[in-house]
Design a protein around this ligand. Structure first.
Ligand code: F6P
Length: 320
C-alpha cells in the first residue's frame, strides 16, 4: 500500500488528534502517504483533504477536538453519496481508510466495507455506548471534565443547603451519569436504562434532609429526561432549595487525559498496521487493556452497549 486516508466523523471528542497523529506517523514510518479528509464524510464527498506529513500532525496531541474537523453528513447516508465517496477514494488511489467516530460513523464505515473498500473503524464517543470495546476514545476526558465541574458544584451546594441536579450527556446511555455519580459521591444517578421512582427519591431526600444532610447531588443522564423537571418535582417534596446545571458541550472538549492520549495513539498505530497487513472491515477495541478487532458488521448489528449492572448497583447503594 502506498496511500491511506483518515477522517473524524460525528460528534468530536478529546483524543481524536492523538489517533490522527499516530496513524500518520506510523504510515510515514512505513513509507506510506497519509491524507486526512476535512469534516468527516462531507470532506470525502467533496474530495477536500490535506496531506498529513510529520509536521502537519506536530503539536496536536494535547489539543481537544479534531483538527481535521468533524461533521454529520446526510448526503453520505444516501446510496448516491456512498457511490460518490467510493469513486473519490479510488480516483485518489487511496488503498485504505480509517474512520474515527461513534455508532453512526461506524455504520458508514461498514457501508464502504460492503462496497469492497478496506476500512478500519476506531470507536470515539464520550457516550461509551459502542459495543465490543471497554472504553471508547474521549470517555475518560469527558468524565474528568464532569468530575471537575461537579466538585465545584458540590462546594457551593454545601455552602447554601441546596440540592443540585446536574445533567450530563450520553445520548441514550447512562454510562457517563452512573460512573460520574460514583466518582463524585452523588446521592442519586438517574439513567435511561433503569426505571426511575420519583416518589422514592423524594422520600430518601426528605429523610436525609431531616437527618441534617442539607445538600444533595443528583446526576441525571440527558437520555433520562430533563433536569429542570426533576428539580421542579423535588422542590415540592424534599424541603431543599434546588438548582439545575446542564453541563452540555463543555464535557466534550479540553486537553485529552493521559488515558485518551495513550488510547488514541494505540488505536492510530494499530489501524495502520492492520491495513498494511491486509486487515479490513473491523473496529479496533479495548478489552482488559489489550487491543482487539471485531467485525464492523458485529459492532453495528450489536446495537448500543449495555450499561453494566455493577455500575448501576454501585451508583444506587453508594449514595445512601
Ligand atoms: O454522541 C456524543 C454527544 O455528545 C451526545 O452525548 C449528545 O447527545 C450529542 O452528541 C450532542 O450532539 P451535537 O454536538 O450535535 O449537539
Amino acid at each position: 500500500m502506498k496511500r491511506l486516508a483518515i477522517l473524524t466523523s460525528g460528534g468530536d471528542c478529546s483524543g481524536m488528534n492523538a489517533v490522527i497523529r499516530a496513524a500518520a506517523r506510523t504510515a510515514i514510518a512505513n513509507d506510506v502517504e497519509m491524507i486526512g479528509y476535512r469534516k468527516g464524510y462531507a470532506g470525502l464527498l467533496k474530495n477536500d483533504y490535506v496531506t498529513l506529513d510529520t509536521r502537519a500532525v506536530a503539536g496536536v496531541l494535547q489539543r481537544g477536538g479534531t483538527f481535521l474537523q468533524s461533521a454529520r453528513s446526510q448526503e453520505f447516508r444516501t446510496e448516491e453519496g456512498r457511490k460518490q465517496a467510493l469513486d473519490n477514494l479510488l480516483r485518489e488511489k487511496i488503498e485504505g481508510l480509517i474512520v474515527i467516530g461513534g455508532d453512526g460513523s461506524l455504520n458508514g464505515a461498514l457501508a464502504l466495507d460492503r462496497m469492497g473498500f478496506p476500512v478500519v473503524g476506531i470507536p470515539a464517543s464520550i457516550d461509551n455506548d459502542i459495543s465490543y470495546t471497554d472504553m471508547a476514545l474521549g470517555v475518560d476526558t469527558a468524565l474528568n471534565n464532569i468530575l471537575y465541574a461537579v466538585d465545584c458544584i458540590k462546594d457551593t451546594a454545601s455552602s447554601h443547603d441546596r440540592a443540585f441536579i446536574v445533567e450530563v450527556m450520553g445520548r441514550n446511555s447512562g454510562y457517563l451519569a452512573s460512573t460520574s455519580a460514583i466518582a463524585t459521591g452523588a446521592e442519586f444517578a438517574i439513567v435511561p436504562e433503569v426505571e426511575f421512582d420519583l416518589t422514592e427519591m423524594c422520600h430518601q431526600l426528605r429523610r436525609r434532609y431531616e437527618e441534617g444532610r442539607t445538600n444533595a447531588l443528583i446526576i441525571m443522564a440527558e437520555g433520562a429526561g430533563h433536569a429542570q423537571d426533576i428539580s421542579d418535582s423535588i422542590k415540592n417534596c424534599a424541603g431543599f432549595e434546588t438548582r439545575v446545571t446542564v453541563l452540555g458541550h463543555y464535557q466534550r472538549g479540553g486537553a485529552p487525559t493521559v488515558f485518551d492520549r495513550l488510547l488514541g495513539s494505540r488505536f492510530g498505530c494499530k489501524a495502520v498496521d492492520l491495513l498494511l497487513s491486509g486487515g479490513k472491515g473491523v473496529m479496533i477495541g479495548l478489552s482488559a487493556n489489550a487491543l482487539t478487532t471485531t467485525l464492523l458488521e458485529m459492532v453495528v448489528n450489536g446495537g448500543q452497549k449495555k450499561l453494566s449492572d455493577e455500575l448501576v448497583h454501585m451508583a444506587d447503594i453508594l449514595g445512601i
